[in-house]
Design a protein around this ligand. Structure first.
Ligand SMILES: *Cc1c(COP(=O)(O)O)cnc(C)c1O
Length: 374
């Protein structure tokens, strides 16, 4: 056994795993650095809310317990927080799990396909592949705008899922809710539009950019929204994401989900952070101020910075992205290169605290002239 490729499914044999950002520990060890700043994975620059830390500590003694199947307390609290019927909610081990289950529940391998932009968030690609579902990809427009006409051209009666990320990762581009609603209304009857709103809390206006109110009101019945506690709420390591879905679809997802995918401490952390409005507001304030600081600073250094409504910037530096990344790593700064997204000349930089952003801008100011001369 396991001496030839035929011992595993063909999707597994050819599988290219998701490429995560480098870790702080990895870079500290490699370069012998005391301090490393990670601006690579769009995590919350303020860290974990102290209110959440206290809640997790308070409940640490419950770690031996399974969570209540279906996390009903969390579903109720989240429904109240959003002002939506709990029947429309589904919770997963990060929105990554929701994406995987949407493929498994909606798409029949060899019959259906999914549609997304190129480049797109890596998990759409990996889970399509693993589930044996082909993913058709439409190029983003010039300057990375989300060109819905290009998506439409790939959609037919066998399209079961269309993924749009808004604000988009890695481009930061956003599309207006009114345009998305018109797009959803024109889809073939068997097609579900999935709008991944992982970064929606950082957009200038929820009303203008989120389909939430149109789904809550029942106006749109063929749309799923994905949200996460990994970004604004600062809980990436605890893995909680959710879908706002047509209730029939939510029922099927609950039916097939592994029973305990959102654990007890994650549940307590989310309950705590939902109450912690001050942390949510401060996180948003720091990111919006930092986004402006980095945009201005990087442009002043001659970089192309694309407009972003997320907590990161897509940047085209004056020099090789690889060389810049190497030089920053040596100074203890982790940013994200985008080879995995087919953007080898670009980097993605997560917004940090004011102090971290200043440190990055200073490092770049020192690095870039050297590269230009050579
Ligand atoms: C970060 C991110 C998510 C969130 O993933 P989790 O599994 O909830 O941590 C989802 N979609 C996109 C596009 C993201 O960038």
């Amino acid at each position: 056994m396991f001496t030839s490729a035929s011992d595993v499914r063909s999707e597994v044999e050819s599988f290219a795993p998701y490429e995560a950002g480098l870790s702080i520990a990895e870079i500290q060890q490699k370069y012998g650095l005391a301090r490393v700043i990670k601006m690579a994975s769009n995590e919350n620059p303020l860290g974990t809310s102290p209110v959440v830390q206290a809640a997790v500590q308070r409940h640490a003694g419950q770690a031996f317990r399974y969570p209540q199947a279906g996390n009903p307390r969390l579903v109720q609290a989240l429904a109240a927080h959003l002002g939506i019927d709990p029947a429309h909610l589904f919770l997963g081990n990060g929105s990554d799990e929701v994406i995987d289950l949407l493929f498994r529940v909606r798409a029949v391998p060899g019959v259906h396909h999914a549609v997304a932009f190129k480049p797109c968030f890596g998990i759409y690609t990996t889970q399509a592949c693993l589930n044996g579902v082909s993913l058709r990809q439409a190029p983003l427009g010039s300057d990375f705008h989300l060109n819905l006409n290009a998506l439409s051209a790939l959609i037919d009666e066998n399209t079961s899922l269309v993924f749009i990320t808004s604000p988009d990762n890695p481009s930061g581009a956003t599309i207006k809710a009114a345009e998305l609603a018109a797009f959803a209304q024109a889809l073939p009857p068997a097609c579900l539009l999935v709008v991944d709103e992982a970064y929606i809390e950082f957009a200038s206006s929820l009303n203008e950019y989120s389909l939430f109110s149109r789904i809550a009101s029942g106006e749109l019945t063929n749309v799923a929204l994905l949200r996460t506690f990994s970004k604004l709420y600062g809980l990436a390591g605890l893995r909680v994401g959710y879908g706002i879905l047509p209730s029939r679809l939510a029922e099927y997802l609950w039916r097939v989900r592994l029973p305990f995918s959102v654990n007890i401490l994650a549940e307590e952390a989310v309950l705590a952070v939902l109450e912690d409005r001050a942390f949510q507001e401060e996180s948003r304030r720091v990111v919006l101020a930092g986004r402006a600081q980095l945009t201005d600073g990087l442009r002043a250094l001659g970089c192309v910075v694309y407009p972003s409504q997320a907590n990161f910037l897509l940047v085209k530096p004056l020099c090789s992205a690889r060389a810049l990344n190497q030089a920053l790593l040596q100074r203890g700064l982790i940013i994200r290169t985008l080879g995995a997204y087919d953007l080898p000349d670009h980097v993605r930089i997560s917004v940090g605290t004011a102090e971290e952003n200043t440190f990055l801008l200073q490092a770049m100011a020192e690095i870039l002239p050297n590269f230009r001369r050579s």
